[in-house]
Design a protein around this ligand. Structure first.
Ligand code: 13P
Ligand code: SF4
Length: 320
């Protein structure tokens, strides 16, 4: 469907939001204009909590598919829309359900603690879901003699193992965005801006995390830049988060590291997150499609591991 170039997209989205009794949820990696029109912007844990508790009839999810699936699993009676169904995630792709089921049956004495960046089928095969905001707090509640599988992110799993002292069996998935930050570029930037604090998402490889003054989820990184007295920050995560950082502290300076090629602006943009645009947001509302569906058998199993996460992290503060 062609959009009339004279259409006031923002006004139309606002009109549809009211008419449909819809809530627009957006992740911090979305385009600035999507973040600005959303009812709520947050990290994976915030967005799961919002999706579980909203009284809207329709959830329009501006993020990637696994996030919209979480909304559907937690609120099955609601219609969940995603502007672009191709908005996937390399971590989800790295963990096919048949291979994960075999991994589990090869390790029957392990529980599966699984990062939320995975498909509904993987959630259905898992015991507890975690996000980067609550993973440490959840691991610390698991008895010391209980063996753990951590999937699918090997870097997040490695970071959590070092942080908690727990030896976990790691699935070998990676985030294509965080794994390609260049250590050389990071060191160059730090040399140019010696006062800057380095902040990093735990999906980054260990050699990059070793330079960081603070490691955390997107909302934790945002909170750090708001509360820390430093005036400059080198940011090792997807550059969409810079929008909220700059909005909260316009006088502070934020440096985006760039990828292996170095020096290119936003070459660490997540290709999946960036598939959503304001135009596609409008179209998905007017067409009520693409819609997210999760079959009921999978949903019933997946909701258990997600509910367990929400219970075990009820005290974790994520959003600011
Ligand atoms: P957060 O939960 O920290 O927002 O992370 C989501 C994500 O996809 C990171 O790449
Ligand atoms: Fe997945 Fe990485 Fe994109 Fe996050 S940034 S959605 S982990 S590919």
């Amino acid at each position: 469907m062609q959009i009339d170039p004279n259409l006031d997209l923002e006004a139309e989205i606002n009109r549809l939001r009211k008419e449909m009794n819809a809530v627009i949820l957006a992740h911090y990696y979305q385009e600035d204009e999507i973040q600005d029109i959303a009812d709520f912007v947050g990290d994976s844990l915030d967005l799961s909590r919002k999706a579980a508790n909203t009284d809207a009839d329709v959830i329009v999810f501006c993020g990637v598919k696994f996030m919209a699936e979480v909304a559907k699993i937690l609120s099955p009676q609601k219609q969940v829309l995603l502007p672009d169904l191709k908005a996937g995630c390399s971590l989800e792709d790295s963990c096919p359900p048949d291979q994960f089921a075999k991994f589990r049956s090869d390790n029957p004495d392990h529980i599966a603690l699984t990062y939320i960046n995975c498909s509904a089928d993987i959630k259905a095969l898992s015991d507890v879901i975690v996000t980067s905001s609550n993973a440490e707090a959840i691991i610390n509640q698991i008895p010391e003699d209980q063996k753990i599988i951590f999937a699918p992110d090997k870097y997040l799993g490695g970071y959590l193992s070092r942080k908690t002292g727990r030896d976990m069996l790691l699935w070998q998935g990676t985030c294509i965005v965080h794994e390609q930050f260049s250590e050389k570029e990071l060191v160059k930037l730090k040399t140019r801006h010696p006062q800057a604090k380095i902040i990093a998402h735990p999906e980054c490889p260990e050699n990059l995390l070793a330079h960081a003054d603070h490691i955390g989820s997107t909302s934790s990184l945002l909170r750090f830049t708001d509360e820390n007295l430093a005036e400059e920050f080198i940011v090792l995560t997807e550059p969409g988060i810079l929008h909220q950082m700059k909005k909260k502290n316009p006088h502070k300076k934020f440096y985006d590291v760039g990828g292996t090629k170095g020096g290119c602006e936003h070459c660490n943009a997540c290709p999946y997150m960036k598939l959503n645009t304001l135009e596609k947001l409008y179209l998905c509302m007017i067409n009520r499609a693409p819609e997210i569906h999760v079959d009921e058998k999978t949903r019933k199993k997946a909701v258990q591991s997600l509910d367990k996460m929400l219970q075990m992290s009820s005290a974790v503060v994520s959003s600011i």
